[in-house]
Write a protein that binds this ligand. Structure first.
Ligand code: ACO
Length: 402
C-alpha cells in the first residue's frame, strides 16, 4: 500500500499491484478456482464432472443462468441458440476485405467487433431481455464466424449452419464439410470437441475476461466488448499458448531433445518458456489439463493416429515435474498443454486453436459481462497508477531547448 498523499497530496491511499496478482476487481458467483488444490468449479460443479457428463450448451446455460437446465429449459435454450446461428449476409462480405493469409484471430477481432454495427441500436444494455438476446447471438454466431474464417483461409465456400446438429457437430460440419457432399460426424471427434469447449468456457477474472468487464464497464456495446476479449485472448501468455505449445512440441520433435528445451526454459538469459506450463492461479496441476490429457489419449487411440508429439508432451511433462526448477516454482501443465494435441488430431491447423478457445470462452465472457451489468453498484473500471515521470516543469520554446 502506497501512501499517495506523499506523491499526489491529500487524496488517500491505493494499492500498487502490477499484474493484479492479489487484487480482486469484482464479486462473482460464476466460477471458483482453488489454485493450490487444483480445483475449478462452474457455479459449484467440478469441471471434470461437467466435462464427463454434460453438453456444451448445458454448461453455457449453467454459466449464463446459474443452474443446469431441466429438460424444458434445455430445449428452450437450445432453440434460442440455434435461432441465431446464421449471420447477416452483409457481414459475410467483410471476409473479402482480409488477406487470405490473415491470422484467423485477426479476422475474429474484426468480424466480432463489426457485429456491433449490426446490433448496436437493438441492444439496450440496460434491458435484461436484450442483454440475453445479445448473449444468445454471440454464443450462436461464434462457431459460424470461426468456420467462415477457416473456409476463407483455404478458399472454400462458406457453409450455412445445420441446426439439427449439436453445437460441436454443427461447427465441425461448417469447418470441414464441403457443399454437395454429406459430412459424417465422427462421434469421437464430436465428443472431444464438446469437452474441449466445456473445459475452456470460463476461468473467472483471467486477462481476457477482465478486458471484457473493463470494456463493458463504460457501457460499451457487448459485441465490441467481446471483440476486446478476443484481442486479449490472442496473446501467447494467454489463449495463444495452445498454438505456441503445439509449435514448441513440434519443434522439440523427439523425446531426446527434451533436455535441451528444459535447460533453455531454466536459463534466465533465455526468454524461452515451456509453453503450456505454469499458471498465475494454479500452483498445482490444472484440473482442465488432466481432463484434456485423457481426451487427447482417447482421440489419438480411437482415431488410430500415431502422433509423436503426444509422446513428446507426456515425456516433457514427466521430466519437468521431476525437475527442482519446476517443482520449486510450482509449474504444472495448464489447459493449453494438451489441447493443441486434441485440436491437431481433429484436423485443425494451429492458427485455428485460439479461435476455438474464443468460441468456448465467449460463454464465460458474456456471462461475466451480464453479471456485471446486473450489479446495481457497478462502476466504470478505472485503475490508478504509480506515476514515476518528471515532476512539474515549465515549457521551453523550441529555439531555447538544448
Ligand atoms: N517455463 C519456464 N519458467 C516459467 C514458466 C514456463 N512456462 N512459467 C513461469 N516460469 C517462471 C518464471 O520465469 C518466473 O521465474 P522467477 O520467479 O525466477 O522470475 C516464475 O516461474 C513465475 O513466473 P511469472 O511469469 O512471474 O508468473 P505469472 O503468474 O506472471 O505468469 C504465465 C503465468 C504467464 C502463465 C507463465 O507461467 C507463462 O508464461 N507460461 C507459459 C505460457 C502459457 O502456457 N500460458 C497459458 C496460461 S493458461 C491460459 O491462459 C489459458
Amino acid at each position: 500500500v502506497i501512501d499517495i498523499r506523499k506523491l499526489y497530496g491529500n487524496t488517500g491511499r491505493f494499492t500498487f499491484d502490477p499484474g493484479f496478482t492479489s487484487t480482486a476487481s469484482c464479486e462473482s458467483k460464476i466460477t471458483y478456482i482453488d489454485g493450490d488444490a487444483g480445483i475449478l468449479l462452474y457455479r459449484g460443479y467440478p469441471i471434470d464432472q461437467l466435462a464427463e457428463k454434460s453438453s456444451f450448451l448445458e454448461v453455457a446455460h449453467l454459466l449464463l443462468n446459474g443452474n443446469l437446465p431441466n429438460a424444458a429449459e434445455n430445449d428452450e435454450f437450445t432453440k434460442n441458440i440455434t435461432r441465431h446461428t446464421m449471420i447477416h449476409e452483409q457481414l459475410a462480405q467483410f471476409y473479402r476485405g482480409f488477406r487470405r493469409d490473415a491470422h484467423p484471430m485477426a479476422i475474429m477481432c474484426g468480424i466480432v467487433g463489426a457485429m456491433a454495427a449490426f446490433y448496436h441500436d437493438s441492444t439496450d444494455i440496460h434491458d435484461p431481455k436484450q442483454r440475453m438476446i445479445a448473449s444468445h447471438r454471440l454464443i450462436a454466431k461464434m462457431p459460424t464466424l470461426a468456420a467462415m474464417a477457416y473456409k476463407y483461409s483455404i478458399g472454400q465456400p462458406f457453409l450455412y449452419p445445420d441446426n439439427s446438429l449439436s453445437f460441436a457437430g454443427n461447427f465441425l460440419r461448417m469447418t470441414f464439410g464441403v457443399p454437395a457432399e454429406p459430412y459424417i460426424i465422427d462421434p469421437v471427434v464430436e465428443d472431444a470437441m464438446e469437452k474441449l469447449l466445456i473445459l475452456q468456457a470460463d476461468h473467472e477474472q483471467n486477462a481476457s475476461t477482465s478486458t471484457v468487464r473493463l470494456a463493458g464497464s463504460s457501457g460499451a456495446n457487448p459485441f465490441a466488448c467481446i471483440s476486446a476479449g478476443i484481442a486479449c485472448l490472442w496473446g501467447p501468455a494467454h489463449g495463444g499458448a495452445n498454438e505456441a505449445a503445439l509449435n514448441m512440441l513440434r519443434e522439440i520433435g523427439t523425446p531426446d531433445r527434451i533436455p535441451e528445451f528444459i535447460a533453455r526454459a531454466k536459463n534466465k538469459d533465455d526468454p524461452f518458456r515451456l509453453m503450456g506450463f505454469g499458471h498465475r492461479v494454479y500452483k498445482n496441476y490444472d484440473p482442465r489439463a488432466k481432463v484434456m490429457a485423457t481426451v487427447a489419449k482417447n482421440v489419438l487411440d480411437k482415431l488410430n493416429i500415431k502422433d509423436p508429439i503426444f509422446d513428446v508432451a507426456r515425456e516433457l511433462e514427466r521430466i519437468a515435474l521431476s525437475d527442482p526448477y519446476f517443482i520449486d516454482k510450482k509449474l504444472y501443465p495448464n489447459v493449453d498443454f494438451y489441447s493443441g494435441v486434441v485440436m491437431s488430431a481433429i484436423g485443425f491447423p494451429t492458427s485455428m486453436f485460439t479461435v476455438l478457445f474464443a468460441i468456448s470462452r465467449t460463454v464465460g465472457w458474456i456471462a461475466q459481462w451480464t453479471e456485471m451489468m446486473e450489479d446495481p453498484e457497478q462502476k466504470i473500471g478505472r485503475p490508478r497508477q504509480l506515476y514515476t515521470g518528471p515532476t512539474q516543469r515549465d515549457f521551453v520554446p523550441l529555439s531555447n531547448r538544448p
